[in-house]
Design a binder for this molecule. Structure first.
Ligand code: NAP
Length: 283
């Protein structure tokens, strides 16, 4: 397929690489120069403006936040009226997804999985929008992901699933950090606690992968930077207000992310929210 790719950050670079490796005809664009050199060496074309990457079948975007997506779609050189189908992979808010859907020729397809999963083509794609358009994306989704979930005809549904999932990841980090703090203060090694819990009732990837980061205090370099995680908790909170959902745990994890960013800076992984829990108990 002839595919444009907008945004070559940690996730986007890995996803675009998978598309090139799968043999697609890929044109890449990134705001800052220098992130596409290896992709161009591997056969990708370089676009000067987003719209120049959106002349083929699909244009996939993987950008930081709502402001970045608005800029790349509606700003100068944006893809708004380009012929390619826009597939939005970024984690954005429900309202922006509604606006993109209203403009037409758009699918939401946010992903679960961190950069190593993106490098391995093992993302989970959560797609929503016109079913025939999702069908058309199958070769691209197969290159970047291990499975595509379909969550309906309305694109914002996929964004709501993604925001709900990220809230649950943070809630799991919070629960593990609190339990590990309790164990450690009581003289039990947190590695042992994690071994018992993941070997019994908590064998899910979120506990295994994030649990390993927590017991090793392995938060740098960030695979998913805390400010992006805070962005997602804020977007989830906005959605909660829109739909009238009461989410007290969301407020706790959002504030622990804020506290961690204030103390540690922007370069810490969002799992570093566990540090705020530890500090509150004197660890
Ligand atoms: P990242 O490494 O910080 O990359 C962000 C990308 O957005 C870069 O290409 C950056 O361009 C671009 N960008 C930022 N502001 C822009 C603007 N105003 N105009 C145009 N481009 C702009 O972030 P990431 O970790 O790849 O995350 C990308 C998206 O995927 C986010 O929505 C995130 O929530 C989501 N996500 C991340 C993960 C993860 O584990 N990392 C997993 C699933 C989903 P420059 O190079 O010019 O800065």
């Amino acid at each position: 397929m002839k595919i444009g790719f907008l945004g070559l950050g940690q996730m986007g670079h890995a996803m675009a690489t998978r598309l090139v490796e799968a043999g697609h005809d890929v044109t890449v664009w990134n705001r800052s120069p220098g992130k596409d050199d290896d992709l161009v060496a591997a056969g990708a074309a370089r676009a000067d403006r987003p719209v120049d990457a959106a002349q083929g079948d699909l244009v996939m975007s993987m950008l930081a936040d709502d402001a970045a997506v608005e800029q790349v779609v509606f700003g100068d050189g944006g893809i708004q009226r380009a012929p390619a189908l826009h597939v939005g992979h970024s984690t954005i808010g429900v309202a922006l997804a509604e606006r993109l859907a209203a403009a037409g020729h758009y699918l939401s397809a946010p992903v679960f999985g961190r950069p190593p999963a993106a490098q391995a083509g093992k993302l989970f794609v959560v797609a929503a929008g016109d079913a025939a358009l999702i069908d058309r994306c199958a070769p691209a989704f197969e290159a970047i992901g291990q499975r595509t979930f379909r969550v309906g005809d309305a694109p914002p549904a996929a964004n709501l699933v993604k925001l709900s999932g990220n809230f649950m990841i943070m809630a799991a980090v919070e629960a593990m950090a609190e339990a590990m703090t309790l164990a450690e203060k009581g003289g039990v090694d947190r590695h042992l606690l994690l071994e018992v819990l993941t070997g019994t009732l908590f064998g899910a990837p979120v506990y295994q992968n994030y649990g390993a980061m927590l017991v090793e205090d392995r938060f740098r370099p960030a695979g998913f930077a805390a400010p992006l995680g805070l962005k997602d908790m804020t977007l989830a909170d906005t959605a909660a207000t829109t739909y009238g959902a009461t989410m007290p745990v969301l407020g706790i994890v959002r504030d622990h992310l804020r506290a961690t960013i204030a103390v540690e800076g922007n370069d810490i992984d969002w799992a570093g929210a566990a540090l705020a829990v530890r500090r509150a108990s004197g660890l």
